[in-house]
Design a protein. Structure first.
Length: 345
């Protein structure tokens, strides 16, 4: 008897990747809650294995709290208003959940992937791509820890630039996992299917959306959303007073809270215009109407949530929904880009 040749399982791997993408999305949402509740610096150590278990005894909790009390954030910001042990447990919980999700995500991705590789069930050409995605996931964890370190060494909060790098890398990873999953799903339906290509229209649209995501990350990192709570004006003016141009335009664009908030508000309409045109292209592609509807629904919801978040004075639940919908908007745009690219391929 001869052993049969291994059969690729693109459908099963695609299902795995959709689960991974959903978990990355969940991490983005929990990361938003962690940022908005000022929980990110509550765990001052990185322990990849033992850190998965939270403090279990009162002495363990007190030790973790004492480590947090030694941070600049606690000494210069929190100590004045005071924080009880129960208050510390609240912020510890969100950071611990965020890190735990990262650990679980690594296992959910790695273990089945190794199984598929051992069984030689990964379709030809997809092994290197899947390995790169796993490495990117590891890099995301490293960037997250470097972000936390920036808030433990002389700062009362994490670096806005490291925070933006952490968020944007997570969104890029989610997009790349989704694209690969869609390629594999197409391959499962038709063995002759080729990987989708990134069209010029999709590349331009995603670049415009990237600028808005970057601005949003900076607004979050600098807490620039609180400088104005009216809309469409900012503190009664179209162009807000208080923008500091004294150090040059580049410095203002990357540091000034008023300008960052202003740019994030109005670049959104450039994004809307680009997405409307892009969604029309997607709709014209055969069988891609659902992706077009998803794009329209996502950016419409995102605009409403953005305005509501500002006018609420950055209510936590609205701000979290705004960040979550931003990730869903990226996912919908990637879906549309894949539909166009698949037709071209």
């Amino acid at each position: 008897m001869t052993r049969s040749a291994p059969r690729p399982r693109p459908a099963a791997i695609a299902s795995l990747l959709f689960i991974v993408a959903a978990m990355v999305f969940a991490m983005v949402v929990v990361g938003g809650i962690t940022r908005l509740t000022e929980s990110g610096l509550s765990i001052t150590e990185w322990q990849p294995l033992s850190g998965a278990i939270p403090p279990l005894t009162k002495a363990d909790w007190q030790h973790a709290f004492d480590l947090y009390k030694a941070t600049p954030q606690y000494r210069e910001v929190v100590a004045a208003s005071g924080m009880s042990l129960s208050g510390f447990k609240f912020i510890f919980f969100w950071e611990w959940v965020h890190r735990l999700l990262g650990r679980i995500l690594g296992l959910v991705f790695a273990v089945p992937l190794l199984w598929f590789a051992w069984k030689r069930q990964i379709p030809a050409g997809y092994g290197p791509r899947l390995a790169i995605l796993f490495v990117l996931g590891g890099m995301q964890g490293l960037v997250g820890w470097l972000m936390v370190l920036s808030g433990l060494e002389g700062r009362t909060e994490v670096s806005p630039y490291r925070l933006s790098a952490h968020l944007l890398l997570a969104l890029f990873l989610m997009a790349a996992v989704l694209w690969t999953a869609l390629d594999l799903r197409a391959l499962a339906r038709d063995p002759r299917s080729r990987p989708a290509r990134l069209t010029k229209a999709a590349a331009i649209t995603l670049a415009i959306l990237f600028v808005q995501l970057l601005l949003g990350a900076w607004v979050a990192g600098f807490r620039a959303g609180t400088v104005a709570t009216d809309w469409p004006l900012m503190n009664g003016q179209l162009v807000p007073a208080g923008i500091d141009w004294s150090k040059g335009t580049l410095f203002a664009v990357t540091h000034d809270l008023y300008l960052l908030h202003f740019l994030h508000r109005w670049w959104a309409w450039v994004v809307v215009g680009a997405l409307v045109l892009f969604a029309r292209k997607v709709k014209a592609a055969e069988g891609a109407r659902a992706a077009s509807i998803a794009i329209h629904s996502a950016f419409g919801t995102q605009i409403v949530l953005g305005i509501a978040t500002v006018m609420s004075g950055i209510a936590l639940w609205l701000a979290v929904l705004h960040q979550a919908t931003g990730a869903l908007l990226l996912a919908a745009t990637v879906w549309g880009a894949h539909e166009l690219g698949r037709k071209q391929a």
